[in-house]
Design a protein around this ligand. Structure first.
Ligand code: UD1
Ligand code: UDP
Length: 366
């Protein structure tokens, strides 16, 4: 039996790598379908190299577009490739449009599916990712949860608990695997950064698409940069709008291209502060014990606040929150990482998949 992983965007690659590696170790036949949602070398190729992911069996090259156009291209491309390969199981990751399209295609073709990172909820339907999460979980046959809160969300939505497995966080597995390679010094030297610095990443539509929101955010980041130098590896989505709002290299601010996985996490590891609106970065800073300020009104990853270093802030409160975070350092509220964030989520997921393939588990809902 063949297992196909459908991947499209930067965070998908990070979550899939440990699952692919663990399935490989168990001798499972598998392949990666790259949808091409992310296609720049710095948004895609560099992750395959840094994470040791195998070459995809297909790249659909769907590229960018409005939600409808991109999802339509994903649906038609994925239907074809799934029919061609005839997988026993399709595995999808996270909450991007590629995830949603793959689950919809497989549900209609009656091909069993597994969703890694099931049950996260921001309860904010204004986020395209929240729509993707709800639909993906409703249609998945096997659901892999990264944190206990996800279990209650799924149960509240009527998902059969027999289909849900709390396995921990494969994004943290990838971080564990890279830990030996995370050295801030050479990346700092290359970028000309001093020893004490902060890192910012911003790409959520709610923050970067609207010029007024972008301006408010940029003003706040500029204020933080008066306290310490800030490097911003800029996601292509925000590049132009944020630059128009004043996020340009100068003074204590350095804007660079997106960084590869190892380079980025090296910088995060050595940072005094991270400012972000990313999902994954909230988790990685929690794991690395680096103070993180998330410029969002909500998070689908509350364990990063209860167990980690993450704080939610509005742009107007960002400068004061940065002062406090810098003064407090890296103390975490509970002193413990979230349950099962131990670098072994990939093997747990692989074991469930293998027993499912052997027909040993509860068969997925038909
Ligand atoms: C997508 C995900 C988001 C995730 C993010 C991770 C959806 C709905 N959103 O957002 O959840 O946090 O990926 O990075 O799936 N672009 C390039 N080069 C690329 C890719 C994109 O220039 O390789 C530019 C294009 O102008 C494109 C824009 O970025 O229109 C947005 O790309 P898209 O994949 O639609 O969404 P993201 O904002 O990247
Ligand atoms: N990341 C990276 N280089 C960067 C910015 C982020 O390697 O310049 C990594 C980050 O460490 C995490 C993943 O990309 O592993 C998160 O992707 P992103 O923030 O784009 O998406 P989200 O998690 O918000 O969906």
């Amino acid at each position: 039996p063949l297992v196909l992983h459908v991947l499209g965007a930067r965070p998908n690659f990070v979550k899939a790598a440990p699952v692919v590696r663990a399935l490989d170790g168990l001798g499972v036949r598998q392949g990666i379908v790259h949808t091409g949602q992310h296609y720049d070398a710095l948004m895609s190729d560099v992750f395959f190299a840094d994470l040791g992911l195998p070459e995809p069996v297909a790249n659909l090259g769907v590229g960018s577009g409005s939600h409808a156009r991109q999802t339509a291209a994903l649906l038609t491309g994925l239907e074809e490739v799934v029919l061609e390969h005839g997988p026993a199981l399709v595995v999808v990751y996270g909450d991007v449009n590629s995830t949603l399209a793959a689950i919809l295609v497989c549900a209609k073709l009656q091909i069993p599916t597994a969703h890694v990172e099931a049950g996260l909820r921001s309860f904010d339907r204004g986020m395209p990712e929240e729509v993707n999460r709800v639909v993906t979980d409703a249609l998945s046959d096997i659901l892999f949860a990264t944190s206990p809160d996800a279990l209650s969300h799924l149960s509240n939505e009527g998902v059969d608990p027999a289909r849900v497995h709390l396995v921990g966080n494969p994004m943290i597995d990838s971080l564990f695997s890279a830990l030996d390679r995370l050295d801030p010094a050479p990346v700092r030297a290359r970028l000309g950064l001093p020893e004490r610095y902060g890192v910012a990443t911003l790409h959520r539509p709610a923050n970067v698409d609207d010029p007024a929101a972008a301006k408010e955010l940029v003003d706040a980041v500029l204020q933080v940069s008066e306290r310490l130098p800030i490097v911003v590896p800029i996601h292509p989505r925000g590049r132009e709008r944020l630059a128009a709002a004043g996020l340009v290299t100068g003074g204590n601010l350095l804007i660079v291209d997106p960084l590869g996985y190892v380079d980025f996490l090296s910088l995060v590891r050595g940072a005094s502060l991270v400012v972000t609106d990313s999902g994954g970065v909230q988790e990685e800073t929690t794991m690395l014990g680096v103070p993180c300020l998330t410029v969002r009104p909500n998070t689908e990853r509350p364990v990063t606040v209860t167990h980690g270093t993450n704080r939610l802030v509005t742009p107007d409160l960002l400068p004061a929150a940065a002062d406090k975070a810098l003064a407090d350092g890296a103390a975490t509220p509970s002193g413990e990482l979230p349950p099962l964030w131990d670098g072994k989520a990939g093997p747990r997921i692989a074991r469930v998949i293998v027993s499912w393939l052997k027909g040993e588990n509860l068969s997925p809902a038909s």
